[in-house]
Write a protein that binds this ligand. Structure first.
Ligand code: SF4
Ligand code: SF4
Length: 105
């Protein structure tokens, strides 16, 4: 995990990580999605690469993992939007926004 994340793995749970242009699909365990994209395989709602020690492929994660910053994401949403997201995905967004708040959002 990066210094920014410091052991937080909220992003790795409860959401789908898609490969983006620039990712090499041969480097990841993926599944096809209905809309024709590739997503990291999940087990029990968690990314297949998530371990007790964090990301097993840290340093070569898909671009979506490398680029996501919860503080920026938090700040890009209004309070109302955040509440709506938390209600819609209670297994995912509350932890993400809590992590963002802990980091100064
Ligand atoms: S929620 Fe924020 S701190 Fe936690 S893993 Fe994601 S980017 Fe890192
Ligand atoms: S590849 Fe690593 S950083 Fe990305 S969701 Fe999976 S465990 Fe988290």
């Amino acid at each position: 995990m990066s210094d920014f994340c410091k052991g937080c793995t909220a992003c790795c749970r409860g959401d789908t990580i898609f490969l983006l242009p620039g990712d090499d699909p041969s480097q990841f365990e993926t599944v096809p999605t209905d809309d024709g994209r590739r997503a990291l395989r999940q087990i029990g709602g968690e990314c297949i690469y998530l371990t007790d020690d964090g990301c097993a492929i840290y340093g070569r994660q898909p671009l979506m993992c490398q680029r996501f910053n919860c503080v920026d994401y938090f700040r890009s949403k209004s309070r109302q939007e955040r509440r709506r997201l938390e209600r819609r995905r209670p297994e995912h967004f509350p932890a993400i926004f809590a992590a963002a708040r802990e980091r100064g959002a």
